[in-house]
Design a protein around this ligand. Structure first.
Ligand SMILES: Nc1ncnc2c1ncn2[C@@H]1O[C@H](COP(=O)(O)OP(=O)(O)OP(=O)(O)O)[C@@H](O)[C@H]1O
Ligand SMILES: [Mg+2]
Length: 251
C-alpha cells in the first residue's frame, strides 16, 4: 500500500520546498522508490529536485484530445493514451517525477480524465510513497485528478492569514468530500517559539499542528545558485526540522 501525501497551502508559503525536503528525507532513509507529482501548472518541483521534466500530463492530454497523434495501426486508443502518459514520467535516483502541467481546456475531456485518473491510481501503487506538490488553489484536488490522499499537509507561513487560509483548505477538502486520512499543519519560516496568539489561531483553525520549519538562509542561496534542495547538507536547519516531522509521518 502506498502512502500518498499531498502538500497544500496558500501561495508562496513553502509547499514546493517542503515537498522537496520530504522527498530528500525519503531518499536518504531508503524509503524508496518515491513518486513525486508536481500538480502545480506553474511547475518548479523538478528544479528543486535537480531533475529535468520536458513533458507534462497536460501536454499528453492535449495532443491526444486534438488527435494530432496518429494511432499506430492496430493499437487501441486506451493503450496508446497509456503509452503517451507513460512517456511523461522522468526517472531519477530512487525517484520518478510526473508533472501534471496545465489543466484541460474547454471541451469534453471526460474520457481522457477518467483514463488519467485510473492511470494515476494504478501507477501510484508501484511506489511506497507518493508526494504531491499542489498549487495554491487546490485545483487538482477539486478536479479530482489527484487521487484521495492519506495525509494532507497544509503549509502556512507564520501569520494569522496563513492559518486562516489553511482552515479554508481544510474546509474545501471536506466540502469536496475528498477522502483524507489525516491532515496536519506545518508552519514554515517560523521563529523558535510561536506566540500565544498564533497558537490560538491554529487551535481555532482545527488542523492539528505537526511542527514548524525555521527560516533557513541556505534555501534561497541554493535556489539562486540553482542547486537542488535535495543536496542541502544534513545539518541545514530546515532539513533537520522536516526530518523530525517526516519521522512522525512515515513511521
Ligand atoms: N524555511 C525557509 N527558509 C528560507 N526560505 C524559504 C523557506 N521555505 C521557503 N523559502 C523560500 O520561499 C519561497 C517560496 O517557497 P516555495 O516556492 O516552496 O513556496 P510555494 O508555496 O511552493 O509557492 P507557490 O505557491 O508559488 O507554489 C522560495 O523562494 C523559497 O526559497
Ligand atoms: Mg510551489
Amino acid at each position: 500500500m502506498s502512502k500518498i501525501v499531498a502538500v497544500a497551502g496558500k501561495g508562496g508559503t513553502g509547499k514546493t520546498t517542503v515537498a522537496s525536503l520530504l522527498i530528500r528525507y525519503l531518499q536518504n532513509s531508503g524509503k524508496t522508490p518515491v513518486l513525486a507529482v508536481d500538480a502545480d501548472p506553474d511547475a518548479n518541483l523538478a528544479e528543486m529536485l535537480g531533475m529535468k521534466a520536458e513533458k507534462t500530463i497536460g501536454g499528453a492530454r492535449e495532443d491526444f484530445f486534438a488527435s494530432k497523434l496518429e494511432l499506430p495501426a492496430g493499437m487501441p486508443k486506451e493503450a496508446y493514451l497509456e503509452v503517451k502518459l507513460h512517456e511523461v514520467i522522468v526517472e531519477g535516483k530512487h525517484i520518478d517525477l510526473l508533472v501534471m502541467g496545465r489543466p484541460e481546456g474547454s471541451g469534453c475531456y471526460c474520457y481522457i480524465n477518467n483514463a488519467l485518473r485510473k492511470y494515476l491510481e494504478v501507477l501510484a501503487k508501484n511506489y511506497p510513497y507518493v508526494i504531491i506538490d499542489n498549487e495554491a488553489g487546490l485545483e487538482h484536488l477539486s478536479r479530482r485528478t489527484t487521487q484521495d490522499v492519506d495525509i494532507l499537509l497544509i503549509v502556512s507561513d507564520y501569520s494569522s492569514n496563513g492559518v486562516r487560509a489553511a482552515k479554508r483548505i481544510k474546509e474545501l477538502a471536506e466540502e469536496l468530500k475528498l477522502r483524507v486520512g489525516k491532515q496536519y499543519l506545518m508552519v514554515n519560516g517560523a521563529p523558535e517559539s510561536l506566540s500565544a496568539h498564533f497558537t490560538e489561531e491554529v487551535e481555532k483553525a482545527g488542523v492539528p499542528m505537526l511542527g514548524s520549519v525555521p527560516q533557513d538562509d541556505l534555501i534561497p542561496r541554493f535556489e539562486i545558485e540553482e542547486k537542488p534542495l535535495t543536496s542541502l547538507p544534513d545539518n541545514s536547519a530546515a532539513v533537520v526540522a522536516v526530518q523530525q516531522m517526516a519521522q512522525k509521518l512515515f513511521t
